[in-house]
Design a binder for this molecule. Structure first.
Ligand SMILES: O=P(O)(O)O[C@@H]1C[C@H](O)[C@@H](CO)O1
Ligand SMILES: Nc1nc2[nH]cnc2c(=O)[nH]1
Length: 318
């Protein structure tokens, strides 16, 4: 009989884990907080399932943030895979996140869109939030565009601005959490990863060129993003602290995906759509809410689609 572990669960086979038999974080196994084993072979099964269901072989992927999912509806010759049909995938539970993987052609270029992402506040550990990025890598993705809706903390930012992310502050990392926590999977990347050039300069420059050609430079900014755990929006004191730290935009996503993308060698371009202004004084009755986030995203839909199309064309041509 298998030995009984914590809370009556079957005790983990520590030796098998240590020798590489599984790819579950040992601590998650022991505490029983993981309901999913993300062994390389399981990710390969997810990737193979998607590849088997489509003729498209994209090199570029796009993660659509809150309210930005309609980018995926621009794809021609679309193949759509609701997350619940993809082996080993989590499901998306947030309004404004359709919860599908969509492959198709954007201006004739094969791309793959995550129409809806996973967030830590939905109850997912960071490795699970970002596991689709590894599946993308196994499908052949080399360049990724990560998008999000964020609050504008920089006083110069307005609702509707598009902030190209030049850097981030990994708050979860400060607290000891990371999507790379646990045994390192060398087939994806190294144990220790540098992050000083996480956001690719060349892709950012292509994106600026695209924005210029579309006459969008008035609303394009470049700044630092921070991911907080959510689902609460920030207190005034928290925002004042973040402002001192040099943060320009505040959100609840992106950072784990970018870390995992860099770990497996993808080039990253990311932007935040500023959907609300962060409230940094006590003398106001204004309150941020998800409805205004979606509304602001809808209002900027057309420009964003044009911008992403142009960026993708440039990425494919380089
Ligand atoms: O998925 P993203 O980061 O675009 O969504 C942001 C963060 C929360 O999910 C939501 C809050 O309104 O918008
Ligand atoms: N944390 C956070 N996430 C957001 N997503 C959209 N707006 C906001 C915001 O103001 N704060």
């Amino acid at each position: 009989m298998a030995p009984t572990g914590i809370n009556g669960r079957e005790a983990p086979d520590v030796q098998a884990l240590a020798s590489g038999g599984g790819f579950m974080c040992l601590e998650q196994t022991v505490t029983g907080t993981s309901d999913h084993d993300f062994r390389y072979e399981l990710l390969e099964e997810s990737a193979q399932f998607l590849l088997d269901g489509t003729k498209h072989r994209p090199n570029i992927a796009i993660i659509c943030g809150s309210g930005l999912g309609s980018l995926a509806t621009e794809l021609e010759e679309r193949d759509e895979f609701p997350y619940e049909t993809v082996p080993h995938f989590p499901v998306s539970t947030v309004t404004g996140h359709a919860g599908k993987m969509v492959l198709g052609l954007l201006s004739g270029i094969p791309v793959m869109c995550m129409q809806g992402r996973f967030h830590a506040y939905e109850g997912y550990p960071l490795w699970k939030v970002s596991m689709p990025v590894r599946v993308m890598k196994l499908m052949g993705i080399e360049q990724i565009i990560v998008t999000n809706a964020a609050g504008g903390l920089n006083e110069k930012y307005n609702v509707g601005d598009i902030m190209f992310i030049k850097d981030h502050i990994n708050m979860q990392g400060f607290a000891g959490d990371s999507p790379l926590r646990g045994r390192n999977e060398e087939r994806f990347g190294p144990r220790f990863l540098c992050m000083n050039n996480a956001y690719d300069k060349e892709l950012r420059s292509l994106a600026r060129e695209a924005a210029q050609q579309l006459g969008l430079m008035d609303i394009v900014k470049e700044g630092v993003y921070v991911m907080l755990g959510g689902p609460t929006y920030e207190t005034v004191a928290e925002l004042r602290l973040l402002s001192i730290l040099g943060v320009d935009a505040v959100g609840m996503s992106t950072v784990p995906e970018v870390i995992v993308a860099r770990h497996c060698g993808m080039k990253v371009f990311a932007f935040s759509l500023i959907t609300n202004k962060c409230i940094t004084d006590y003398e106001t009755d204004l309150e941020p809410n998800h409805a205004e986030v979606i509304e602001a995203a809808n209002a900027r839909q057309k420009d964003l689609k044009e911008l992403v199309k142009k960026i993708v064309s440039k990425m494919a041509a380089k």
